[in-house]
Design a protein around this ligand. Structure first.
Ligand SMILES: Nc1ncnc2c1ncn2[C@@H]1O[C@H](COP(=O)(O)OP(=O)(O)OP(=O)(O)O)[C@@H](O)[C@H]1O
Ligand SMILES: Nc1ncnc2c1ncn2[C@@H]1O[C@H](COP(=O)(O)OP(=O)(O)OP(=O)(O)O)[C@@H](O)[C@H]1O
Ligand SMILES: [Mg+2]
Ligand SMILES: [Mg+2]
Lengths: 155, 166, 155, 166
């Protein structure tokens, strides 16, 4: 049982560290078992070291850095057992423009292999879409959906 | 296989007319003001894929998923969502190049599932789509607010995520 | 004791409803005591009705609508006992561009009476500032602060 | 009265050199990348205004507020924040047109407060500034993440907010 756990842990760990480095250039992060001998008696910590900073437990990071680390973890979970469709609803709050751009690029790359539906409020995120739909709610309380031309948006 | 379009009718804020959303094979983005209905589209996908808990779709019970009439319209008698697949690569274990999955719920909360118009059980739909549409833990669907939960999770629960995956 | 509570409640209620209407044009919201007879036995609910929608308990609203309603509540608390200085750190996640604009305008108005320090990641929010400072972290791990010219930003 | 400038030295990520932030009488905005130090400026304000809990400034203990040396610098021997006020309207009950409040903490966690360079107690600072800088409940300071807490608060705790105000 611990065997299976460690296999899963190691595979997830690899995905996580790789994705974090893509999202945080020059940064490194790894999953750390609190109790490596008997994992089930401890929790799972994340050590993250953005470029130029010291390694710290993830809870000492800034709000945006925590969000970025959580996203790396989520994407690692997705890479573990890939599916044909991903649906992401507003995963980009807390991120600065540069981090938004990196997340957008990562999603754009995944969308070559899988189908992705992304709900966002940010221009930089919608600009990497192949298709764009706008939703508005009319006074009648009914949501209307319409196709949006992507050509005009800043890439 | 990939989703060619989503169709909604009477589902949450989408009124009594059929709404059709043709998807890209790659990345489709949905934008709009707060409260316009973006997350309702996500709820529609959860619904048609057979989610058993109305709460996941931010409804107290399944009848809350029916369009409530908004401002002066008549409420919908049922809510229906269809998912149309292009199955030319036969990734879906069914002998058809186009596959339409649908789920309809009426005011009593009774659900009817269909595969290519033929009535089916929820289990048949889940079996048909499990390989492509669902991952252990459901992490292919990241709902609004999930990232915040991942940020706040304590180390023990975070490790339990791996237990469940393994 | 209930007297003092009801006085405070009513005053706060007025502030809240007024601010909500400014943030959600055509919308109304009010604070509702679960138990009006003996308030201390019940909680405090918020009923909100954005324009064109029915009155609902706030927990049925969308993510951004909840954030906007929470901000109206926070600003009402601030109006209750005004101070000379307000510090707001990233209060604008979850809001769409139009709501960001309204929040920015409300903050701009308050900054005529009080001093406000606003931390934000959004252009629309920083554009209403009288002064703008940028912070960056150097490879040395030291934060550097510098003044930013506001003239170039889109208002 | 209003804050004319904030000065920081050895405080969190602000290094060993003195940093000076001249504020607008109206709205001053602080922007920058994630992790650059924006919230650390907010923590500096909490610190100089006499907050007793290091946790509020995202530190385990007060000594964590000292610049830790970053990448190869020497750690700071102390952390100091000063708040300079223009008191021409005499809104602050002190006989001076400029008022400088400062707080310094050293590695042992010992704090020294000053008003216009003269040593003072924390209570004196709190009394001096209470009318202008603090509101019951501290709602004039909305920290990162507070809005999310207000969104998730349950009705009972929400009502308790009013109890505390009354
Ligand atoms: N059964 C229903 N009938 C009619 N309208 C409904 C129904 N259920 C929900 N709604 C409406 O849908 C709206 C919420 O939509 P949704 O959560 O999709 O918004 P959103 O675009 O995701 O907003 P945000 O950007 O703030 O997250 C609410 O205004 C609500 O009144
Ligand atoms: N005592 C200290 N010495 C040196 N650096 C510190 C110290 N305490 C915190 N830091 C650094 O400050 C940074 C966090 O800064 P801060 O929280 O202000 O970021 P931020 O600009 O608010 O980011 P975000 O937009 O993500 O909220 C971290 O990188 C952390 O390493
Ligand atoms: Mg939403
Ligand atoms: Mg911050």
């Amino acid at each position: 049982k611990k065997e299976v756990f460690m296999q899963t842990f190691n595979e997830l760990s690899q995905h996580f560290s790789k994705i974090f480095s893509e999202l945080s250039p020059g940064g490194v992060a790894r999953l750390v078992l609190e109790n490596e001998e008997s994992p089930f008696e401890g929790g799972l910590e994340i050590d993250a070291k953005p470029r130029g900073k010291e390694i710290t437990r993830v809870d000492v990071l800034s709000g945006g850095e925590k969000a970025l680390t959580a996203l790396a973890f989520i994407f690692a979970l997705q890479h573990f057992r890939p599916t044909a469709l991903y649906v992401l609803d507003e995963i980009d709050a807390h991120l600065d423009p540069q981090n938004l751009h990196r997340i957008a690029e990562l999603i754009r790359r995944s969308s070559r292999e899988s189908q992705v539906i992304l709900v966002t409020l940010h221009d930089s995120m919608m600009s990497v879409a192949d298709r764009l739909f706008g939703v508005t709610m009319e006074k009648s309380g009914i949501s209307r959906l319409f196709s949006v031309e992507l050509a005009g948006l800043a890439a | 296989a990939y989703v060619s379009k989503i169709e909604l009718r009477g589902f949450k804020s989408f009124g009594n007319s059929k709404v059709s959303i043709p998807l890209s094979r790659g990345l489709t983005a949905i934008v709009g003001p707060n409260g316009s209905g973006k997350s309702n589209v996500v709820d529609a996908l959860c619904f048609v894929l057979g989610r058993m808990s109305a709460k996941l779709m931010r409804a107290e019970r399944f009848s809350d998923l029916l369009f409530n009439g908004g401002n002066g319209q008549r409420p919908a008698p049922f809510a229906e969502v269809s998912l149309h697949f292009n199955n030319e690569d036969s990734a879906l274990p069914i002998n058809s190049t186009t596959v339409a999955i649908s789920r309809r719920v009426d005011r009593s909360g009774k659900c009817v599932y269909r595969i290519n118009k033929k009535r089916a059980s929820r289990q048949e739909i889940v079996d048909l789509l499990s390989k492509s549409m669902s991952s252990p833990g459901g992490y292919n669907f990241i709902m609004q607010g999930d990232v915040d939960r991942f940020i706040k999770i304590d180390p023990f629960d975070r490790r339990i995520i791996i237990d469940d995956l393994a």
